[in-house]
Design a protein around this ligand. Structure first.
Ligand code: C2E
Ligand code: MG
Ligand code: MG
Ligand code: MG
Length: 271
């Protein structure tokens, strides 16, 4: 309704804006429909153990093969879902689906959780029931949340506590890009830090990025957190990270996100 009202208002002064607004309303309806009909699929990007070269787990990434528009990017439909109140439904959809597919995949499975989903009071119960139904062990599920989600420590702490009691693991995604204070790292029960790819990009080029990376690795090490480097695109970056003691990495250098059956095959071939 609000979007429609905005649309009328815009149409008077800004026909191009009005067209975009109508387009978003249409896309929102189609996303709602896709969620109802199983129209979103998941691709999985393997996360590698840098020492052994084995697949440690995989991150589930939502994909929308739209019947007429072609693939719609998550950079478009995730923000849309967040704005239009659809993200909790989307995250639950992805969780259910990833847990259903997890048995056939190597290692743990990581799922992204928006702030709205993390704060929803029904989350722990939904997780417990979905884990039971799927038979996936809680320790095989990693929930990725961003620093933003942890920005208010007093509301985040009890949720993290309940997740810990369930036995699932928690990763901080895009670490280093938010505006969090580092103090929360001491008290929160966290398992992985996913170092944002903007730092990884600077390896071999910007000594400042390398300094930040070393700092994060050292901090994580002393707090008992495992680091995952994101967006590793070259052999040089992978080698640097391994040398500096980074445990895990993902990125196009190893593999792009792929359908679950491809990842299962890849893991079988590598033994
Ligand atoms: P993210 O969680 O940080 O996921 C990593 C993104 O980096 C993915 O983009 C992945 O395809 C991309 N990527 C992986 N390796 C490389 C690399 O070597 N180089 C570069 N340049 N990029 C790489 P994608 O799939 O487009 O997803 C974008 C974002 O959308 C994700 O960022 C995540 O925040 C969000 N997202 C995706 N699926 C879900 C979901 O089911 N729920 C929620 N709440 N968010 C999701
Ligand atoms: Mg598995
Ligand atoms: Mg992620
Ligand atoms: Mg990330």
């Amino acid at each position: 309704q609000r979007a429609q009202a905005e649309g009328c208002w815009l149409a008077l002064f800004d026909p191009e804006g009005a067209r975009r607004a109508r387009e978003r309303v249409a896309l929102e309806g189609e996303l709602r429909q896709a969620l109802g009909e199983g129209g979103l699929v998941l691709h999985y990007q393997p996360v590698l153990d840098l020492r052994s070269g084995q697949v440690a787990g995989a991150e589930a990434l939502a994909r929308w093969p739209h019947p007429s528009r072609g693939a719609v990017s998550p950079e478009v439909f995730i923000p849309l879902a967040e704005e239009r109140g659809l993200i909790r439904e989307l995250d639950r959809y992805v969780l259910r689906r990833a847990l259903g597919e997890a048995a056939a995949l190597p290692g743990w499975v990581a799922v992204n959780l928006s702030a709205q989903s993390f704060q929803e009071p029904g989350l722990p119960r939904f997780l417990r029931e979905s884990l039971e139904r799927s038979g996936v062990r809680p320790g095989e599920l990693v929930l990725e949340i961003t620093e933003r989600t942890l920005a208010d420590p007093r509301s985040a702490q009890p949720v993290l506590q309940r997740l810990k009691e369930l036995g699932v693991r928690v990763a901080v995604d895009d670490f280093g890009t938010g505006y969090s204070s580092l103090s929360y790292l001491r008290s929160f029960p966290l398992d992985h830090l996913k170092i944002d790819r903007s730092f990884v990009r600077g390896i071999g080029r910007h000594p400042e990025d390398e300094a930040v990376l070393r700092g994060i690795l050292s901090l994580a090490g002393s707090l008992g957190l495992e680091c995952v480097a994101e967006g590793v695109e070259t052999a040089e970056q992978a080698e640097w990270l391994r040398r500096e003691g980074c445990a895990l990495a993902q990125g196009y250098h190893f593999a792009r996100p792929m359908p679950p059956e491809h990842l299962a095959t890849l893991a079988r071939e590598r033994g």
